[in-house]
Design a protein around this ligand. Structure first.
Ligand SMILES: Cc1cc2nc3c(=O)[nH]c(=O)nc-3n(C[C@H](O)[C@H](O)[C@H](O)COP(=O)(O)O)c2cc1C
Length: 184
């Protein structure tokens, strides 16, 4: 069977050291998603993020950088930064469920804000040539959230990476996931 193996990002674990070690001693991963860049309002890329993404620290690896933000300027800043490093794609995190993130309207806390999602996608497509992919849950509170986002996503050429851990109730989670698969 032909398949593609993607390495999901884990902040604090799957940095360039991890990626190089896995690639050297095991191999088999087609694409590594890097842990997210979070700017917190300052248009500055921290040195730890820079080290993680520098091409010389990722030789021979297929890496896709990730950003977490609800701000169009931040998104564009990071998109331009990663383009300058030679990356073609930027993954946008709309999956993170941690309260520290969701309370600020980011990660899965952004899924219900269709207007902001639209603004960011519109500007990303108008002002950069970056390929945008999104790691998304079905919603933060309910699975209706993603259904409300679909008409917006339909307007853009996007890749969606489903994240299945959406609700406490496992039955709802998997039923909803099947519904999502058939729609995408
Ligand atoms: C410590 C930790 C850090 C994580 N950091 C990120 C991250 O930076 N970006 C991201 O998209 N997901 C992050 N995740 C989520 C994981 O990539 C993954 O989607 C999640 O653990 C669910 O995976 P599973 O369905 O295989 O259990 C993190 C998860 C953990 C436990």
């Amino acid at each position: 069977m032909d398949f593609t193996l993607l390495s999901s990002p884990l902040q604090g674990f799957t940095d360039f050291r991890f990626r190089n070690a896995i690639n050297t001693y095991f191999g088999g991963i087609d694409t590594y998603y890097s842990p997210y860049i979070r700017l917190n309002g300052k248009m500055v890329i921290k040195s730890s993020y820079e080290r993680d993404l520098l091409p010389e620290n990722n030789l021979g690896l297929e890496v896709i950088p990730q950003v977490i933000t609800n701000d169009a300027e931040e998104f564009l800043f990071v998109a331009k930064y990663v383009r300058e490093l030679g990356y073609k794609e930027l993954n946008w995190n709309l999956g993170c469920p941690y309260p520290m993130v969701t309370k600020s309207g980011m990660g899965s806390g952004l899924i219900s804000n269709t207007e902001k999602i639209n603004t960011i996608l519109e500007r990303a497509h108008a002002e950069t040539d970056i390929i945008v992919s999104m790691k998304m849950r079905l919603g933060y509170e309910t699975t209706q959230e993603i259904l409300d986002v679909f008409p917006i996503l339909d307007q853009y050429p996007l890749k969606i990476l489903p994240s299945t851990r959406v609700l406490e109730n496992n039955c709802t989670k998997w039923c909803a996931f099947r519904c999502f698969s058939s729609l995408s």
